[in-house]
Design a binder for this molecule. Structure first.
Ligand code: KIV
Length: 273
């Protein structure tokens, strides 16, 4: 078998992520922004590497993700793609890059064609269903992002837990179902109470990945710089510094992978009720 065929065989895909959900195997995801870190994540067993627009904060030093452009995402995604052999490459659609189905298709198409993306992620609820269906109808896998949506930080009035009251919880569950019906291949829940995240995970057929959403989700994602303890400011309640015990970057990533796979992370201290 050729090296290319072998690589393709081992590659994480939308289908293998779906199979993991069905088998009850946890999906491990982490952000990366360059080839060197991407290579460490890939060889340490991370399943999905997200080029997050969090790069606007942790790499560029901005206060929010809003200044990040499509060109910024392309630059970092191409670099990350060069470091990956196995993990699935997911790329964030940055702020205002998907305000219509036409614009979303044009920009997501650039991530697929020019940066090697295998999935794009976009923030928003049922109002994004038309965009999700346009992308997926054109062969672009989509991860929908519900709960805390950092691109709406000014509208939300800060980085806050979402879906706390009954009406908001019910609305989020309905939106998750609508996005799945529109064709979303994966769902990400950020800063959502664990009981609600558990209900959404059980209700959807596609894998649900949590960040600050508890250990009942099908998988977990964190920001790489948070698990290495090098993000500016306070580490979020839902994250953990894995470097302090592990001592090396590769050790930290491997211990995160192990902790997610065995259900040791997130612990009760990382969860919102
Ligand atoms: O941009 C990002 O890194 C993200 C994660 C917080 C999930 O969306």
């Amino acid at each position: 078998m050729s090296v290319h065929a072998q690589q393709a065989e081992n590659r994480v895909t939308v289908r293998s992520l779906q199979a993991k959900k069905q088998a009850g195997d946890k999906i491990v995801c982490l952000t990366a922004y360059d080839a060197s870190f991407a290579q460490v994540l890939d060889s340490s067993g991370v399943d999905v590497v997200l080029v997050g627009d969090s790069l606007g904060m942790v790499v560029q030093g901005n206060a929010t993700t809003l200044p990040v452009t499509v060109d910024d995402m392309l630059y970092h995604s191409r670099a990350v793609a060069r470091g990956l052999n196995r993990a699935l490459l997911m790329v964030d659609m940055p702020y205002l890059s998907y305000t219509s189905p036409h614009q979303a298709l044009e920009n997501a198409g650039r991530f697929m064609q020019q940066a090697g993306a295998q999935m794009v992620k976009l923030e928003g609820g049922a109002e994004q269903a038309g965009i999700v269906s346009r992308l997926t109808q054109n062969g672009i896998p989509v991860c929908a992002h519900l709960g805390l949506q950092p691109q709406r930080v000014h509208k939300l009035g800060g980085y806050r837990v979402q879906g706390r009251d009954e009406a908001a919880a019910e609305a989020m569950l309905n939106e998750a179902r609508e996005l799945e019906d529109a064709g979303a291949d994966m769902m990400l829940l950020e800063c959502v109470p664990k009981p609600l995240a558990d209900i959404i995970t059980g209700a959807l057929e596609v894998p649900v990945i949590g960040i600050g959403a508890g250990g009942g989700c099908d998988g977990q994602i964190l920001v790489l710089y948070d698990i290495l303890g090098i993000s500016k400011g306070r580490i979020p309640k839902f994250s953990r510094n894995f470097l302090s015990d592990a001592g090396t970057i590769e050790g930290a990533v491997r211990s995160y992978v192990e902790a997610v796979k065995t259900g040791q992370f997130p612990g009760s201290e990382h969860v919102f009720s």
